[in-house]
Design a protein around this ligand. Structure first.
Ligand SMILES: *Cc1c(COP(=O)(O)O)cnc(C)c1O
Length: 275
């Protein structure tokens, strides 16, 4: 949405085996109208920021990091949101550090971007009733900010807890019909989601549902096939890697507070699944 409301057009790039933008395919998508690269650090792990920053430097492009699912994650030892020109964080309740309602922030090391963002979020006003641009009301509510300040201190332990759950899935899931997720060398994962692949997704979802295990698909409709972007004129077959992912991914139960017994049951059921 950020792309579209600013009058720009999104140009899609296929993902790599880690469900993030495939940096090796970015350059073929760049034209003389390209302004920026948007790297979404999906499911809790970083995109290949070394390659992305190198491409951006060579083509003089800005880099926006979408860190909504990767609070506290790293690329090559650097925390995400500190590598590109802007990092965007969501504090929606389901995110790594969630507020009690909608909230978010951006990070930047560029004082000019910071100044403009502060003006924009406050109706476009640089001081009282002095409007310099058409802005928005996009301030972080004080109560949410207070809550987030407390929660932020616990982000490492919350991430570590999900890492332990993921490690157990990695070690104990044993079913040839289920492909486990991988973490890119250079990245760490906070396991915002534990996303498997299977060619038998519908059957597996039904099998698990019958056993009271909930799963979700992140995400069933790729942006280029969504109604919202129909006007771009894309069709099925244009991004086959994306489309295959959308047809095969399944997010397993993964949340802070998941007990050992609960996970044992999930693993047992997954290992029993057959077609
Ligand atoms: C949740 C999410 C967003 C949107 O965040 P909001 O705070 O709801 O605006 C953007 N990108 C990704 C990857 C997300 O998971």
């Amino acid at each position: 949405m950020g792309i579209t409301i600013n009058g720009a057009s999104p140009v899609f790039v296929e993902p790599d085996m880690y469900n993030n933008i495939d940096a090796d395919r970015i350059e073929e998508a760049i034209t003389d109208r390209t302004k920026a690269i948007l790297a979404v650090h999906l499911f809790g792990q970083a995109s290949d920021m070394t390659k992305i920053m190198d491409i951006a430097r060579r083509h003089e492009l800005k880099v926006v990091e979408d860190c909504a699912q990767s609070h506290g994650n790293h690329w090559d030892g650097k925390v995400v949101g500190s590598i590109g020109d802007i990092g965007c964080f969501s504090f929606y309740p389901t995110k790594g550090c969630g507020a009690f309602g909608d909230a978010g922030c951006i990070t930047t090391n560029d004082p000019e971007i910071a100044r403009k963002a502060r003006i924009f979020r406050n109706y476009g006003s640089d001081y009282h009733y002095h409007n310099v641009v058409v802005g928005a009301n996009s301030r972080l509510d004080e109560l949410q900010a207070g809550l987030l300040r407390v929660k932020l201190k616990h982000i490492r332990e919350l991430n570590e807890e999900r890492c332990r759950i993921a490690a157990r899935y990695d070690a104990e899931l044993d079913n040839a019909l289920i492909e486990k997720p991988m973490v890119r060398p250079g990245a760490d994962s906070s396991w915002h989601q534990y996303v498997i692949r299977t060619g038998h997704r519908e059957k597996l979802m039904k099998f698990l549902k019958e056993r009271d295990i909930g799963t979700l698909i992140h995400y069933p409709i790729p942006p280029h096939l969504s109604d919202a972007y129909r006007y771009l004129g894309k069709k099925r077959g244009d991004y086959p890697i994306t489309e295959q992912a959308a047809d095969e991914v399944l997010s397993l139960p993964m949340y802070n507070g998941m007990t050992e017994e609960e996970q044992s049951y999930v693993i047992e059921c997954l290992n029993q699944f057959a077609v």
